[in-house]
Design a protein around this ligand. Sequence first.
Ligand code: ATP
Ligand code: MG
Length: 437
Amino acid sequence: MNQLFQSAKDITTTLTKAGHTCYFAGGCVRDQLLGIEAKDYDIATSATPSQVLQLFPNSDSIGAHFGVILVKHHGFAFEVATFRTDGSYTDGRRPESVTFSSPEEDASRRDFTVNGLFQIPNSGEIIDYVNGQSDIEERVIRAIGDPNKRFDEDALRLMRAIRFATKLNFEIEPQTWQAIQSNAHLLKNIATERIQAEFSLILLSPHRAAGLDLLVKSGLIQHFLPEVLNLIGCEQPPQFHPEGDVYVHTCMMLDMLEGEVTLELVLAVLLHDIGKPATYSYDPEEDRIRFSGHDSLGAEMAETILKRLKYSNKTIEEVCAMVANHMNFMNVRFMKKSKVKRFMARPTYELEMELHRVDCASSNGITENYDFLRAKEEEFAAEPLIPEPLVRGQDLIQLGYSPGPQFKEILQAVQTEQLEGKLTDSAQAVEWVKANY
Ligand code: ATP
Ligand code: MG
C-alpha cells in the first residue's frame, strides 16, 4: 500500500481512537472514485484545532485560526481541518470568520459537488451530502448550492470551475456555467497570483486547449489575458495555414503537445503568435497576408503580459526567448555550421523544438527544419556544441591588445572559426588573431 495513504490513515486512526469523527475529504475522495492516485489527503474532523495539536504536538498551527492544522507524518504533511462553516465573505475573497460545525455543513461550504465528498478511512465508505457521487459518474462540475451566491462569495471559484473541468475532462453543469458567465467580472476582486496559479494549472492539464476555450467562452479570460481574444478571427494566409485563424492554430498546437510539458513551453505556445493581430497586413498585389515582425512584437507583448500576471523572471525570460526565436526555424537549413551550433546551444532549444514541431504539425505539415536539426544533433553529438574557448581575454592582453569593445568581437570571431572546425588549437587561434586584427 502506498506510503502517503498509509501515513494519512495513521493520522485518522489516532484521531478516531481519541474519540473524534474523522474523514478523508475533498480532492482525495474525488480522485479515488475516478481511479486517479491522490496526490495529497485532506482530513476533516470533529476535533478542534487545539485537540488536534494535543494529539500531534509537532504540527504547524499557522492555519489554526481557520480551523486547519498541518500535521506532519513520515515526511508528509496533511491538512487536518475541523468541520466548519465559513462566515460571511465581505471582500469576496476569504471568509471573515469560521465557525466549527457539522460534517454536513462542512460539505456544503465546499465549492463543487465533486469536491464535497467525505470518506471513512477504515471502511472506505463514502459520505455524500451533496450528490457528488452521481456528478462524478456523470462527469459534471456543479456548484454546491446556489451557483451565483457561491461565485459571489469567492470569485476564485470561477477559475477553479474551469480548472477542474479541464483537469478532469468534465462538463460544467448549465446553471453553474451560466453563473460563471454572469459573474466573470468578479475576477477583478481576486489577487493576480491566485488567478495565475489556477491559469497555470489549466495550461498544464492535457486538455488545456479545451480549458482555454472555456476561459474564452466564459468571459473570464477577458479579465486577465484579453490579448488572446484578438487571435479569434485573425485570418492567416491559407497557403501556409489551412487550419484557420490564429486562435484555431494556437489551440491545435496546445492539443498537440505531448507528454509532460513545462509551464514555459505551454505559455510560449499560447503566446507565440500573440503579435499577429497587430502586425496583420494584406498585400493585394501578391494576394498574401503577412505578419511582418510578429515574432519580435510578440516577444514584447509576452513580456508585458507575463509581468502583469506576475510570472517569475525565469519564466518570462524563457517564454520571450522562445517567442522571439520561433520564426528562425525557417532559416536553419541555410545557416553556417557555427550559427546552427549556437542556435542549438541556447537554453530553450529543446522546448523550442517542441514548439516548432507543433507549429508545423498544426499548419503546413513541414518537417524539414525539425528533421534537419535532429540530424545535426547526431552529427554534433561527439563534442560539446560550444567547446572551451581557444583564446581568452587574458591571451589577447598578452598579445598586446587593450581591453575594449573589440575584445568581444575578436573572441566571437575566434569562436566562429572554432565552431566551423577551421581552428582547432590555441596556437593556431593566436596566429589567426594576429593575422586578422
Ligand atoms: P487538487 O487535487 O487539485 O489539489 P482539491 O480538490 O484537493 O484538488 P484544493 O484546492 O486542494 O483542491 O482544495 C481542497 C478542498 O477544499 C477542495 O476539494 C474543496 O472541497 C475545498 N476548497 C478549496 N478551495 C475552495 C474554495 N475556494 N471554495 C470552496 N471550497 C474550496
Ligand atoms: Mg488538494
